[in-house]
Ligand binder design. Structure first.
Ligand SMILES: Cc1ncc(C[n+]2csc(CCOP(=O)(O)OP(=O)(O)O)c2C)c(N)n1
Ligand SMILES: [Mg+2]
Length: 356
């Protein structure tokens, strides 16, 4: 996070930014605490990956924290959220404990999927966070099904479906938007547009803006600055009310940027974007620094309090790491739990339904 500056990088040079967004100081400070936690949690995950405690894929949300904080904060506990693989922070925002998320990244028993899901498959039924999905766009039909269930049962709930920008070129995305429109489902499809799908810039794979993608289905679309958590919170609070009131589905482009490589095994900038580009975004559009400047200008936060909040975030991230360190590895027998399998007379397992 960049050091505080006298003027702001957020455009929030005047006071009354909270009033403009209709956000109380209490909510704004909670958003700050939550984003600090997500940043410190992801940095711990990064560190734990680097020293070999976490294996496999690991996609960090550093730089994109306002999307997790600002969107999920407007939801009720019974509402649903579902996402792709860059979802550690969203899972925590929806109510899964940082300890259970970190232990899942480690592949340990204390993880919320018993260590069998890993980084890409964070899932919490009680928290109503339905993944964590590794297949690009895989969560979109599931979200649509959740929306159908809400409508069928007449529940007063919404489902938020996060996805990356690369998802909007998947066929399933378009099929689902059509179904959601026809059935007027309470689903908010949120495209986290961080400008790249792995190493491919969005403008190389699309001639149109993301917000135009729902036009054929007559679904209202909007676009919001996903680095400004107050704008994001305000936008989704209003939108969620409309959808909960029976307004039907919505598409939202959340404009954002990732500050790390696509996954832990990728370089931060690589050949598809320059170091200068990444540094400029870190300097100008860090969601934590933007909120810090806004709250300093409002006089509801000072440097000492910010540091205390940051210390709290670091402690929670460290405790999550301690918990994961101490959590045992799953027993080999756990491989055969919660999977469909048949054992034939010779004791062999077949996963394809064959009996001999
Ligand atoms: C159906 C499918 N095709 C390809 C991949 C390989 N893949 C993994 S991540 C990714 C890019 C996704 O980018 P985006 O949706 O923008 O999400 P981001 O990583 O930027 O958050 C691709 C192509 C995949 N996982 N699933
Ligand atoms: Mg992307």
């Amino acid at each position: 996070m960049a050091k505080a500056k006298t003027n702001t990088s957020s455009g929030a040079k005047t006071k009354d930014v909270l009033a403009c967004h209709g956000v109380t100081a209490k909510i704004a400070l909670e958003l700050m605490q939550e984003m600090l936690l997500y940043r410190r949690f992801e940095e711990k995950a990064e560190e734990n990956y680097a020293i070999g405690k976490i294996g496999g894929f690991c996609h960090l949300h550093i730089g994109q924290e306002a999307g997790a904080a600002g969107v999920i904060k407007v939801l009720q506990p019974e509402d649903y959220a579902i996402s792709a693989y860059r979802s550690h922070t969203q899972a925590i925002a929806k109510g899964i404990s940082p300890k259970a998320v970190m232990a899942e990244l480690y592949g340990r028993v204390g993880g919320m999927s018993g260590g069998k899901g890993g980084s890409m498959h964070v899932f919490g039924r009680d928290a109503r966070f339905f993944g964590g999905h590794g297949i690009v766009g895989g969560q979109v039909p599931l979200a649509t099904g959740i929306g159908w269930k809400i409508k069928y049962r007449g529940e007063n709930l919404v489902c938020v479906c996060f996805m990356g920008d690369a998802t909007v070129n998947q066929g399933g995305f378009h099929e689902c938007l059509n179904m959601a429109a026809v059935w007027e489902l309470p689903v908010i499809y949120v495209v986290e547009n961080n400008e790249y799908g792995m190493g491919t810039a969005f403008d190389r794979v699309s001639k149109t803006e993301i917000s135009t993608r729902s036009v054929p289905f007559n679904i209202p679309a909007s676009s919001v600055n996903g680095q400004n958590v107050l704008s994001t919170f305000e936008h989704f609070r209003n939108l969620t009310e409309e959808v909960r009131a029976g307004g039907g589905p919505r598409l939202v482009e959340l404009r954002t940027y990732r500050f790390r490589g696509h996954s832990m095994s990728d370089p931060v900038s690589g050949t598809y974007r320059s170091t200068e580009e990444v540094e400029r975004h870190k300097e100008e559009s860090d969601p934590i620094a933007i909120l810090r400047d806004q709250l300093f200008a409002e006089g509801v936060l000072d440097q000492d309090t910010l540091e205390e909040m940051d210390a709290t975030a670091k402690t929670i991230a460290a405790e999550a790491t301690d918990f994961a360190d101490e959590s045992p590895m799953p027993e080999p027998a756990a491989l055969y739990e919660n999977v469909w399998a048949e054992t034939n007379a010779h004791g062999r397992l077949f996963f394809d339904g064959r009996r001999t």
